[in-house]
Design a protein around this ligand. Structure first.
Ligand code: ADP
Length: 147
């Protein structure tokens, strides 16, 4: 999120996902627009803080990343690493628990299911910006019957 870029935390946050063992398949900086955010946060359109959240997401560029891993990575790994939405209530050890005091300025957005991830990947990346390469450490991240 823009707060992460402004606070100089981009390296630390992407490192959290890297060191978990997720494969970085795509990464870039972009400036979000009201149009894209209205679609991205459509589920919040009835909330009183809708515009405030969109303004916060446009306040500076964002870094968008595509991380990949085996299994139910969205719910079990990525969402658990991020922690619950309100940074003030998030447990230490989670990204939001370690770096955020806010409901809104909560460092990261994460996809919450494979279906959402597929939609969000097409929203933020062109196909040629996602890279398919073998992770050199793959055989040391997983047992051979876990593929
Ligand atoms: P998450 O980012 O954890 O998936 P949501 O999709 O529910 O959470 O909300 C999207 C974003 O909207 C949150 O990350 C946060 O920045 C903001 N938000 C959600 N609920 C609130 C709230 N009650 N007050 C302020 N901001 C909120």
């Amino acid at each position: 999120k823009p707060c992460t870029l402004q606070r100089g935390l981009v390296g630390e946050i992407t490192h959290r996902f890297e060191r978990k063992g997720l494969r970085l398949a795509g990464m870039k900086m972009m400036q979000l627009t009201d149009e894209v955010l209205s679609e991205h946060y459509a589920h919040l359109s009835g909330k009183p803080f809708f515009q405030r959240v969109k303004d916060s997401m446009m306040a500076a560029p964002v870094i968008v990343c595509c991380f990949e891993g085996l299994g139910d990575v969205y719910k079990r790994q990525v969402r658990t690493l991020a922690g619950p939405t309100n940074g003030r209530l998030a447990a230490p050890g989670t990204i939001r628990g370690d770096y955020s005091m806010s409901f809104q300025e909560n460092i990261v957005h994460t996809s919450d299911s494979p279906e959402t991830a597929a939609i969000e990947l097409t929203r933020f990346f062109k196909p040629e910006e996602i890279f398919d390469y073998k992770q050199a450490t793959f055989d040391y991240l997983y047992a051979n019957d876990e593929y």
